[in-house]
Design a protein around this ligand. Structure first.
Ligand code: GDP
Ligand code: MG
Length: 747
C-alpha cells in the first residue's frame, strides 16, 4: 500500500482540527454518527478550552475518488465554488466566454465558426490564449506526431471544441490520451452542438498513471488504496515545539489560512519550519463559507508566500466540507512517498517524536519508522542511552491505540516499550533493532519562564515529581529540577515555553494526575555578575541586589498586522519596552514589524494586549536574541508582616513603586479572605512602598449573629483565629492559581 505522511499547520483557530474532522469523515475513519467537532482534540483540557495543545496522529485509509475517465462535468460543479476546481478561476472565465458565444450564435454552426467567435470572446478577457500550439504525441518514448488543440489557455488548460449532437467517452478518452503525453493537467471539452452547452473537464491524474501507465483510464480497479498518516498540530506559539517534532515525522504539510484573518504570525513561522524540514507544502484557504469574497485575495498572498501560482492553492470550508475532497486528492498526488532517513548501520530504525505513559505497557513511544520494520516481541534498543528492551506491542492511531502485528518502513505508529521509568525515554531518540548512530534528534526547547511548584495537602514531593516525569513524556518541552524554600519546603523549579504552557501544565497536573500544589510568580532567568563571577538567578527570592551588573534575556519579535493598527501597536510598544527596528510592507495592506524587547515584558499580557488593540488581527512570533543590562529590584509582598514567598518578583527599578501599589490593590480582591482583617504590604529595598487591608470575612461572622448566635461557637472561632503561628503558615501557603498570576502580571 502507498503511504503518505502529512501534517496540518496553521495559526491558531484557522481550522486545522476542523479540517482533520472532514478528512476523518471522507476516509471513513470515524463514522459520521460518532463524529464530534475537533475530534482529535482529546484531552479534557483541549475540549474545555477549544484549543489544540498536543499534536494528534491518526491513520486513515483512502481510495482516490477521481476514477474512470476522470471527467467531472461542470454541471456537477456549476453551483459549487469555482475556486474548488483545478485552475478554477481560469476555467470560470473560459466557461463565461463559451456561454456568451453560445448565447449569441445559438445552435447549428460549424466547429470553425464557434472557434472564431470564441477567440474573439477570449480577446475581450485578460486570458492568455494560443491557437497554434503543437503538443507532441509520443510512442515508446519517441515523438511520432503532434496534435494541435483548439486553444491552449494560460499555458495550463487545453480547450477542445466540438459541434456534435452529443459527446461521450470516446471524446473524453481522446483528450485523456493527449494529456497523458503532455505536461498539462486539465483539458476542457466544449461541445456547442448539443441542446445545452456541454463542458466537460478532463483531469489527468498523474499519481495513478505513474504506477500503471499502460492501463486505459477506465480501469478503476487499478486504483490503489493509500495509507494516510495525518498529524494535527497546535497553532499557539507556546506549542511550536510540538509542531517542529511532528514535521520530522512526515513528508508533506497542508498550510491552512483562514480567509477572514489572512496570513498571521504563526502561519509564517510554521511555514518556515516546514520549509526547513524540506516538506512539500500544500496551501489551502479555509472558511470560504463565511467570506467567499476574501478567498481570492488570501489565495494570492498565500501563493506568494509558498512560491506557487494562486490556482494551486485550494479553497475549502472545513465546516461544510466544500473543496476538502479535492484537497485530499492534492495531498495524495503531491506529497512524496516516505523517505528513508537511515543514518547508517543495518537494521530497522524509528524516530520517537512523542510518548505517553501507560500503566500496563510502560512508555509508549510514538514513532515514525524510517527503515526496516518493528514487530511484537522483537528486541530493540534506544540508540542514545543504549538501553535494551523487548517490544510489548506495536500499533497505530485511530486516534485511539490500535494494536497491529508490525510497523513497517514509512509508517507512523507506536511501540510499547514496557519500560516503566519515564526518565529512560527521550523524545528525539531513535529506536533501533540493533545499535547504531541515532537519527537526527530534535533541538532541545528553550524555556522562557520559570515557576516553582510546591506540594500541598495530600500531595507529597514524590507524587509531584513523578507527575512531572510522566507529563514530560507527553510534553517534551517541560524541563524541571529540584528546588527548596524555607517556608514552602521541597519543590520543583519548572521551565515553560510561555504563560499558556504554564497555565495548561498546572491544569493538566491537577486534572490528569490529581496533584495539589502551589506555584510561585512566573519569572525569566537573569544573569548577574558579582565578585564570584557570573551566575544565574532563577528564583526571585535568591536575588540579593548585591551585584556588579544584571542582564536580562532579550527576544526578537515579528509582528504581522493590518496597516490600520500601526499606531495602536506603536503605543503598545512604548508600554512594553519594545524597540521597533524595522517596518516592512508584507502585502497590500499588511505590515511586518520587526523589533526587540525584554522577554520579561512578553510574559506580561503582551499577547492579549496586542490582540485587543488590533481587534484580533495582529499576531506575533519571536526568537531569543541575546541579553541586555537591566536595572531591577526585588518586590516582596507581606501579609501580616510576613513575606509571601510565592509572590516575590523582580521588577524594573523605575516601575517598582507603581507595580507594588498595583499588586497589593489587585491582591486585596484576589486573595482569599480570612476570618480576621490583615495588613497587606509591598516591600522593596527594605522599605514598605504600599499598603492595603484585606477585610475580615464579615459576612460569615454576621451569619452567626443573624441565626441567633451560638455564643460558645462564636467564641471558639475567635480563639481559633488567634492561633497566630498557624495562621501565618496557612497564609504563607495560600494557593495562587496560574490564572491569578496571569491577572497579576497584567500591565
Ligand atoms: P485550529 O485551532 O486551527 O485547530 O482551529 P479549529 O479547528 O479548532 O477551528 C477554530 C474555529 O473555527 C472553530 O470554532 C471552528 O468551528 C471554526 N471553523 C473551522 N473551519 C471553519 C470553516 O470552514 N467555516 C466556518 N464557518 N468555521 C470554521
Ligand atoms: Mg486545533
Amino acid at each position: 500500500m502507498e503511504i503518505r505522511n502529512f501534517v496540518i499547520i496553521a495559526h491558531v483557530d484557522h481550522g486545522k482540527s476542523t479540517l482533520a474532522d472532514r478528512l476523518l469523515e471522507i476516509t471513513g475513519t470515524i463514522p459520521a454518527r460518532q463524529m464530534k467537532p475537533q475530534y482529535l482534540d482529546r484531552l479534557e483540557l483541549e475540549r474545555e478550552r477549544g484549543i489544540t495543545i498536543k499534536m494528534a496522529p491518526v491513520r486513515m485509509l483512502y481510495t482516490p475518488q477521481i476514477n474512470a475517465d476522470s471527467a467531472r462535468t461542470d454541471a456537477e460543479n456549476e453551483q459549487g465554488n469555482a475556486e474548488n476546481l483545478l485552475y478554477g478561476n481560469i476555467t470560470y472565465k473560459i466557461r463565461a466566454a463559451a456561454f456568451e458565444v453560445r448565447k449569441n450564435l445559438g445552435l447549428g454552426h460549424k466547429e470553425s465558426v464557434y472557434h472564431n467567435a470564441l477567440a474573439q470572446e477570449f480577446g475581450k478577457t485578460d486570458l492568455k490564449f494560443e491557437t497554434e500550439k503543437n503538443i507532441g504525441v509520443f510512442y515508446d518514448g519517441k515523438k511520432v506526431g503532434s496534435y494541435r488543440p483548439d486553444f491552449v489557455i494560460e499555458d495550463k488548460i487545453i480547450v477542445e471544441l466540438k459541434a456534435l449532437p452529443e459527446i461521450g467517452r470516446p471524446q473524453t478518452e481522446q483528450l485523456w490520451s493527449y494529456l497523458k503525453g503532455s505536461d498539462y493537467k486539465l483539458a476542457l471539452l466544449i461541445n456547442f452542438g448539443s441542446k445545452e452547452l456541454d463542458i466537460k473537464r478532463v483531469i489527468y491524474d498523474t499519481a495513478r498513471f505513474q504506477r500503471n501507465s499502460a492501463s486505459i483510464p477506465r480501469e478503476s480497479a487499478q486504483v490503489e488504496r493509500y495509507m494516510l498518516n495525518l498529524i494535527d498540530t497546535p497553532g499557539h506559539s507556546d506549542f511550536a515545539y510540538e509542531v517542529s517534532r511532528a514535521l520530522l515525522a512526515v513528508e508533506g504539510a497542508i498550510l491552512l489560512v483562514d480567509v477572514s484573518k489572512g496570513i498571521q504570525a504563526q502561519t509564517l513561522s510554521n511555514f518556515r519550519l516546514a520549509r526547513q524540514a524540506g516538506l512539500k507544502i500544500i496551501g489551502a484557504v479555509n472558511k470560504i463559507d463565511l467570506y467567499p469574497l476574501r478567498a481570492e485575495k488570501t489565495k494570492i498572498s498565500l501563493a506568494k508566500l509558498i512560491g506557487v501560482q494562486p490556482e494551486e492553492i485550494y479553497a475549502v470550508s472545513a465546516k461544510t466540507g466544500d473543496g476538502v475532497k479535492e484537497l485530499l486528492e492534492g495531498v495524495v498526488r503531491q506529497v512524496p512517498p516516505p523517505k528513508d532517513l537511515k543514518t547508517g548501520g543495518d537494521g530497522s530504525q524509528a524516530l520517537i517524536f512523542d510518548s505517553l505513559y501507560n500503566d500496563h505497557k510502560g512508555v509508549l513511544a510514538f514513532s515514525r519508522v524510517f527503515s526496516g520494520e518493528f514487530s511484537n516481541d522483537q528486541s530493540a534498543v534506544l540508540l542514545s542511552s543504549k538501553r535494551k528492551f523487548k517490544i510489548k506491542e506495536t500499533g497505530f492511531f485511530t486516534p485511539d491505540f490500535k494494536p497491529v502485528e508490525k510497523l513497517s518502513e514509512g509508517e507512523i505508529g507506536y511501540l510499547a516499550t514496557g519500560l516503566k521509568e519515564p526518565n529512560l525515554i527521550k523524545i528525539g531518540d531513535t529506536i533501533g533493532s540493533r545499535e547504531a548512530e541515532p537519527l537526527i534528534g530534535f533541538k532541545e526547547p528553550q524555556p522562557v519562564i520559570f515557576v516553582s511548584f510546591y506540594p500541598t495537602e495530600q500531595t507529597t514531593f514524590e507524587d509531584l515529581e513523578n507527575g512531572f516525569k510522566r507529563l514530560k513524556l507527553n510534553d517534551a518541552a517541560l524541563s524541571f529540577e529540584k528546588d527548596s524554600n524555607e517556608i514552602l519546603g521541597k519543590g520543583l523549579k519548572v521551565g515553560f515555553l510561555g504563560e499558556l504552557h504554564f497555565e495548561i501544565t498546572s491544569e493538566r497536573l491537577e486534572k490528569e494526575f490529581n496533584l495539589e500544589f502551589l506555584t510561585t510568580f512566573p519569572s525569566v532567568i537573569y544573569r548577574v555578575t558579582d565578585k564570584n563571577g557570573s551566575h544565574f538567578i532563577k528564583h526571585p527570592q535568591n536575588f540579593t541586589g548585591d551585584y556588579f551588573k544584571i542582564f536580562q534575556p532579550m527576544i526578537k519579535l515579528e509582528i504581522l498586522t493590518p496597516t490600520d493598527y500601526l499606531n495602536q501597536i506603536l503605543s503598545l510598544a512604548k508600554i512594553f519596552h519594545l524597540n521597533i527596528l524595522e517596518i516592512k510592507n508584507f502585502s497590500e495592506d499588511n505590515l511586518l514589524l520587526i523589533g526587540r524587547m525584554p522577554l520579561a515584558e512578553l510574559i506580561k499580557d503582551f499577547s492579549d494586549q496586542l490582540k485587543s488593540v488590533s481587534a484580533g488581527y495582529a499576531s506575533f512570533s519571536y526568537d531569543f536574541d541575546g541579553e541586555e543590562a537591566v536595572d531591577i529590584g526585588k518586590l516582596e509582598i507581606l501579609v501580616a508582616n510576613e513575606p509571601l514567598p510565592a509572590l516575590t518578583r523582580l521588577v524594573l527599578k523605575d516601575e517598582v513603586e507603581r507595580e507594588g501599589r498595583i499588586l497589593v490593590e489587585r491582591l486585596k480582591d484576589l486573595l482569599p479572605q480570612q476570618q480576621f482583617s490583615q495588613a497587606l504590604q509591598a516591600k522593596a529595598e527594605g522599605k514598605i512602598i504600599a499598603r492595603e487591608t484585606i477585610p475580615a470575612m464579615r459576612k460569615e461572622l454576621g451569619n452567626f449573629g443573624k441565626n441567633g448566635g451560638d455564643r460558645t461557637r462564636k467564641m471558639k472561632l475567635w480563639k481559633k483565629q488567634k492561633r497566630g503561628k498557624e495562621k501565618l503558615q496557612s497564609m504563607a501557603k495560600v494557593k495562587i492559581s496560574a490564572e491569578i498570576f496571569r491577572e497579576l502580571l497584567k500591565k
